[in-house]
Structures are given as structure tokens and as C-alpha cells.
Design a protein around this ligand. Structure first.
Ligand SMILES: O=C(O)CCC(=O)C(=O)O
Ligand SMILES: [Fe+2]
Length: 244
């Protein structure tokens, strides 16, 4: 049996050295679940992938419209379970009735963007913007990667580096979502992986794997779960037309 040791509350997973709210949980899924999810990601029909110059991506249940609206549909079961079902019961803090998505418009993620990066690929510094409620929960599959975070206001300093191990969950919300940019550099080897350089060092699941301060990247897939604010229910839209 592959045992998971999840924190009892989100507070226990807080990356305390960051300016706003970031949470990190190593080993959020098991190696068996990681294999299963990678198989699901890789077995989609080829046109599901959108090819960008430095990564490729899938959007589930579908891409957003040009007005950032999601057509109402459920996430596929393999994206809900085990990730959302495991995150849902974790309270914000002891005795809290709230979880990560309690205050989001749909009280749960309704969208998942899946990115794939080969070694040497990445994503330029950007913000995710207000199409989404400001919470992103990201599961990493297949490889570690380093997320670079920097304040939009450069006067507030150069920023932070978050090391995401394979099978980990990273949550960015609050000031980290709204006040910072995030990106992944286009390199094949991550270096300077030390306690002083990595914001979530204390929370890592396997510090030994980074003992020499460097790690060669493999292909990494990220499942990024969000709650899209605007959802359009086509059934209802057609119903309204029919009544006219
Ligand atoms: O792959 C990641 O962890 C980050 C992806 C990202 O920033 C995005 O999809 O907006
Ligand atoms: Fe992003």
C-alpha cells in the first residue's frame, strides 16, 4: 500500500517565506496515481493538444471562449478523482468548516489546464488574470520543476523560487496570485537548489534528491485546477430562446 501523509489542515502546508498565500504538499498523489494520470493525459486524441512554441497544452472540459466564459460541463472523472476529491476535505485550519474553494464562485474547480514541458521548455513570466477566482491548485507529474515568482512591483524585491517535486501539489492564492508574476525558465538543469534559495525547502518530501543542489529535468506535466468565474449553460440559453 502506498501511504500518503497529507497535512491535517492547509495551514500546515503554508510556505511561510512567501509574501502571500502559497501552500505546498509533497506526495499529494501516489506513484501509481501519477502513472494513471500521465496515461490519461497522453492517451487523449492528438488534436486535444494545443501546440505552443515552448510547451503544449490541453484544456478540460474545454477551452474558454474569447470572453473568458466556460461552457458548462463536468470535468472528466479522472481529473476529479483523486485530486479534487482529496483536496476537498482538507480544512483551512483546525476546526474550520472552509476548504480552499469554499469562497470561490462554484465552490470547486471547474476547469483544468494541462501543460507539458520537455526539458528546456518553460513559460514566460505572466499572471493568470481575473477569468479565474484567484486560486490555482497545481499537481506536478513526471518531473520536478522550479516555479519563479516575482512581485509585479519590482521595488518589493527579486522574488522567490518554488521547487515542485513530482506528485506534489502547489497552491497559489491571495497576494501570490494577484500581486506577483510566475514563470518557468527554459533550461534543462535546475541549479542552486538549497535551503537558502528555495522558498518551500522545509516542506519538501525528499530533500536528499536535491542534495547536490542540481536536478536534471525530465518531461513534466502540470494539472492546473481553477474555478472559472463565468460559466454559460447552453441548455438554459436554448431554453430561454424557446420561450420567446
Ligand atoms: O505548469 C505550471 O506549473 C504553470 C502553468 C501556468 O502558469 C499556467 O498554465 O498558467
Ligand atoms: Fe499561470
Amino acid at each position: 500500500m502506498e501511504d500518503l501523509k497529507l497535512p491535517a489542515t492547509l495551514q500546515e502546508a503554508l510556505i511561510s517565506s512567501l509574501p502571500g498565500s502559497g501552500y505546498y504538499m509533497p506526495n499529494f498523489i501516489t506513484p501509481t496515481e501519477e502513472d494513471y494520470l500521465l496515461q490519461k493525459v497522453n492517451n487523449v486524441a492528438l488534436p486535444t493538444w494545443k501546440h505552443l512554441s515552448h510547451r503544449r497544452l490541453q484544456a478540460h472540459p474545454s477551452p474558454l471562449s474569447s470572453s473568458n466564459t466556460l461552457l458548462a460541463a463536468d470535468l472528466p472523472l479522472w481529473l476529479s478523482n483523486p485530486v479534487i476529491s482529496r483536496l476537498h476535505p482538507i480544512p483551512l485550519f483546525t476546526d474550520s468548516k472552509d476548504n480552499l474553494f469554499s469562497k470561490s464562485p462554484h465552490r470547486a474547480p471547474n476547469h483544468c489546464l494541462i501543460n507539458e514541458y520537455k526539458p528546456g521548455q518553460g513559460i514566460h513570466a505572466h499572471e493568470d488574470g481575473d477569468a479565474y477566482y484567484p486560486v490555482v491548485a497545481t499537481v506536478s507529474l513526471g518531473s520536478h520543476i522550479v516555479l519563479d515568482v516575482k512581485p509585479k512591483d519590482q521595488a518589493r524585491g527579486p522574488g522567490w523560487r518554488i521547487l515542485q517535486e513530482p506528485r506534489s501539489l502547489l497552491i497559489t492564492t491571495g497576494e501570490l496570485y494577484t500581486g506577483c508574476l510566475h514563470g518557468i525558465s527554459e533550461i534543462e538543469v535546475d541549479e542552486h537548489l538549497h535551503a537558502e534559495d528555495i522558498a518551500n525547502w522545509k516542506l519538501l518530501g525528499d530533500k536528499e534528491a536535491f542534495a547536490n543542489g542540481r536536478a536534471v529535468r525530465k518531461t513534466r506535466v502540470s494539472l492546473t485546477y481553477r474555478d472559472v468565474r463565468k460559466v454559460q449553460n447552453l441548455g438554459k440559453a436554448f431554453g430561454a430562446l424557446g420561450r420567446r
